[in-house]
Design a protein around this ligand. Structure first.
Ligand SMILES: Cc1ncc(COP(=O)(O)O)c(C=O)c1O
Length: 400
């Protein structure tokens, strides 16, 4: 081959190579820029938009991995942070849905004065009071006169009308739930035309439905559809019924999600779920003791079947009993090892997760509900939990 032809070939190869290099570099730069832009777009999407009132802050709560328990058990254990709702608990969802349902039925009219009545010594009253303030309604909360000072103070700070009644059995017409219903009936019968609704969280179906429509789907999405077990306690039953119904239906696509009801000492759900008998099916709350469920844990545990529990009962596979001492130690363990400062029902769920992990395959993914923060429980539960030694081992936490 003549020398000039060789040179020509070398030159054309050079041209091809440099063109290829330029093209490859441009592609890499373009790809990287697109990647950076999409990362920025993703970040911007994660920045919450402006909300038109606190009620719009409800829901879409974060999911956090509990690193200490995951490492110790070989599982992946996550907490659905319901305590991040604006009034501090999962009850915000319920209170808002009860109010919206009442509005859809004409019991309340947005923009006109109206009252929401509830009998509660727990978080629901605080959620109702906060949302009523934002939507222009008034809250009327009946509660036992020995309710903890932090809850009373919160309700009063929110400007709710607080009706303190003597602790009594539910068969007593002056018991706080009955007192709330009576106060609502009185308002509706006084011919002033004033609007009002009795929230009735135990029986009102707006409760489980909101967990079915929001909490369940959020959990599903956050876990990319891979959840081996879900754990919650049961107060009214709204959370466990709504979420487990959703997960059981959604899980049909991928397999099974094992649903566990974490139950405190003294509550009847453990026997009801595992053996089919409540301690006494017809027994009414408070017929024999001031607190029928004899535990330091607040918000969960009951000895009667509520509508919200009943409607979701068939989706619950198992109940795990947790005693107060385990929950108290677990709360301190989570606080010290993970910076998670949680209330008593969350601690119960965490104990149940560790217990359950003994029967699951390594790497199984468990979600627990973190219903409220430890700050709601400073004067009772945390008074005991704060004295637990800082370096307590998980084995010691779990000791019965
Ligand atoms: C602190 C706390 N955790 C858990 C629950 C249980 O939720 P549910 O009523 O949906 O069963 C409640 C209910 O009042 C609660 O107050």
């Amino acid at each position: 081959m003549p020398e000039s032809n060789n040179l020509q070939t070398i030159n054309s190869w050079r041209t091809i190579l440099s063109t290829a290099t330029i093209t490859a570099t441009s592609l890499i730069v373009a790809g990287y820029t697109t990647y950076q832009l999409s990362k920025q777009y993703q970040k911007d999407k994660e920045i919450p938009t402006i909300k038109d009132g606190v009620e719009e802050l409800i829901g879409n709560t974060p999911m956090v991995k509990i690193k200490s328990l995951s490492k110790a058990t070989g599982m992946e254990i996550y907490a659905k942070m319901e305590l991040c709702n604006p009034a501090g608990s999962a009850k915000d969802r319920v209170a808002l849905n009860i109010i919206k349902t009442a509005e859809s039925q004409g019991q309340l009219i947005r923009g006109q004065p109206g009252w929401v009545f509830e009998g509660t010594s727990g978080s629901t009253g605080i959620s109702i009071a906060m949302i009523c303030n934002s939507l222009g309604y008034r809250a009327h909360i009946s509660l036992p006169d020995d309710t903890s000072l932090e809850k009373l103070s919160l309700l009063e700070s929110l400007g709710a009308t607080v009706n303190k009644v003597k602790p009594a059995s539910i068969v007593d017409p002056d018991q706080y739930v009955n007192a709330a219903k009576k106060a609502c009936d009185t308002l509706l019968k006084d011919h002033s035309g004033a609007k009002g609704v009795f929230a009735d969280q135990f029986e009102n179906e707006a409760n489980w439905k909101v967990h079915y429509e929001t909490t369940g789907p959020e959990i599903w999405k956050q876990m990319d559809g891979h959840i081996d077990a879900f754990i919650a306690g049961c107060g009214t039953g709204g959370t466990i019924s709504g979420v487990s119904k959703y997960l059981k239906e959604a899980k049909n696509l991928h397999g099974k999600c094992h649903v566990v009801l974490a139950d405190p000492q003294g509550s009847g759900f453990f026997n009801r779920i595992n053996y089919g008998v409540m301690y006494d099916y017809v027994e009414k709350e408070g017929t024999r003791r001031r607190h029928q469920v004899d535990t330091i844990i607040e918000g969960i545990g009951l000895n009667r079947i509520t509508k919200n529990f009943h409607l979701g009962e068939s989706f619950i596979d198992e109940s795990i009993r947790v005693i107060d001492k385990q929950a108290i130690r677990m709360a301190k363990y989570l606080s010290v090892n993970d910076g998670l400062f949680v209330g008593s029902s969350t601690a119960i769920n965490a104990v149940a997760a560790v217990d359950l992990s003994r029967n699951l395959k390594p790497g199984s993914r468990i979600v627990i509900i973190a219903c409220d923060s430890g700050s709601r429980h400073l004067s009772k539960f945390w008074k005991e939990a704060r004295d637990v030694e800082r370096d307590i081992s998980l084995d010691k936490v779990m000791e019965a």
